[in-house]
Design a protein around this ligand. Structure first.
Ligand code: COA
Length: 380
């Protein structure tokens, strides 16, 4: 009997519980997601992203004084570091913005005076600095690709409003800021997903926080994970370019039939954990609807609904968060390749909360494999 046959293989670690966490709870049965016990929908409706970041890091919502302190530190750390800017400027605009993000996280780490200090106190300070610094990188990278110069941060704006300000050089309308904030909160944390697990694996070797986040950004880039929000827009473009007459639902169905016949994965649909729908979708979809109204783009609503219903009929597979998030960012004016870096900016909070939790009770993460290569053989 081969080694593989003797041992049970958990391909993709599906269904394997590798550790406990107090940060978030994903319940596919009740379609719920709790951050430190609070339903994410309530947080998205009633709290700022800054409060949610504090909650993820500290376990409790901040008092007004604690929030003021966090906000002041975030606002003080927003400027684009000239060295990071120089490195970004050296990168070709053919590089994917996620490569820029990953490189920037690494550079920020190499320049942080506390890089080698992994105490909780130092990690909290580093997490906050990296979280505060990333919007300027994402915004500047998009601007340089458009031939535009960097926009200085505004200390009078909150995280979300300032992010949009730095990206577009104009103040966004209140409902746009709100939709962006909702997306940041929904993207912030989701238990042991691939990128978070990557961060925990790296942390388990006692490597530093920035190494763990840099690795997590690499994991998030893939289209089966964070890259799906960008891929959704490519799907929409393909459907619009496809034949099938003016009726979008006919076009979406014929595009889908063709894609499924070619064994393509439909981006923005399906989930490893949720099998009856993603708990975050209704909240993000409500924000997308507001943006559709704000920008007067009913055609996008039709396209969204057409593909969703065609996919429901063909495979009974439901949308995940990336499905409404992609078109929301598109409407706001972000370039499609910038969508996943927006996810990075948000998820830095969840990743770093997990890095600190991993260190509290660390055990090197080192699974086993079942060997099924050639039997022992010799060179002569
Ligand atoms: N498009 C087409 N078919 C899909 C699908 C999708 N998006 N998601 C799942 N399926 C199909 C699989 O092909 C498989 O069919 P089969 O049994 O005929 O082989 C079946 O549904 C079960 O899916 P499985 O691959 O076991 O699910 P998983 O848990 O391994 O995959 C994802 C989860 C997220 C990787 C998968 O749904 C996917 O690739 N989605 C698209 C990428 C995406 O949106 N990622 C963001 C996730 S938040």
């Amino acid at each position: 009997m081969t080694e593989t046959a003797q041992q049970q293989i958990h391909k993709g670690l599906a269904g394997v519980v590798v550790d406990t966490t107090r940060i978030s709870k994903v319940n596919p049965e009740t379609n719920s997601l709790l951050y430190r016990g609070y339903p994410v929908q309530e947080l998205a409706a009633q709290r700022s992203f800054e409060e949610v970041a504090y909650l993820l890091w500290y376990g409790e919502l901040p008092t007004p004084e604690q929030l003021a302190e966090l906000t002041a530190a975030e606002r003080a750390g927003r400027a684009l570091d000239p060295v990071v800017r120089k490195v970004v400027d050296e990168l070709p605009t053919t590089a994917h913005p996620m490569d820029v993000c990953r490189t920037a996280a690494s550079v920020v780490g190499a320049r942080d005076s506390q890089t080698e200090d992994s105490s909780r106190e130092a990690n909290l300070a580093k997490a906050l600095r990296l979280w505060a610094a990333m919007p300027a990188v994402v915004a500047y990278d998009q601007r340089r690709r458009r031939g535009q110069d960097a926009v200085e941060p505004r200390e009078d704006l909150d995280y979300s409003a300032n992010f949009l300000w730095m990206a577009f050089g104009e103040e966004a309308a209140a409902d746009v800021v709100e939709a962006f904030k909702v997306s940041m909160i929904l993207y912030a944390e989701h238990s042991f997903n691939a990128s978070t697990f990557t961060a925990r694996v790296i942390t388990s070797t006692l490597a530093d926080l920035h190494s763990a986040v840099t690795g997590a950004i690499g994991a998030l880039k893939g289209p089966l994970h964070g890259g799906a929000n960008e891929a959704v827009m490519h799907t929409f473009e393909e459907i619009l370019a496809a034949s099938g007459g003016e009726d979008l639902s006919v076009r979406a169905k014929s595009w889908l039939d063709d894609a499924l016949a070619n064994k393509r994965k439909i981006m923005g649909f399906g989930h490893r954990v949720y099998k009856h729908g993603d708990s975050r979708v209704p909240t993000m979809k409500a924000s997308l609807d507001k943006m559709i109204e704000h920008y007067g783009r009913q055609d996008l609503a039709e396209l969204y609904a057409s593909l969703e219903s065609a996919m429901g009929e063909a495979k009974n597979i439901k949308p995940n968060l990336d499905y409404p998030a992609g078109p929301t960012y598109h409407l706001m004016g972000f370039d499609t390749p910038t969508f996943t870096p927006l996810f990075v900016a948000s998820r830095i909070t969840g990743w770093t909360a997990h890095i600190m939790e991993q260190l509290e009770a660390n055990s090197l993460i080192r699974p086993l494999s079942a060997y099924d290569g050639p039997d022992e053989r010799h060179l002569s």
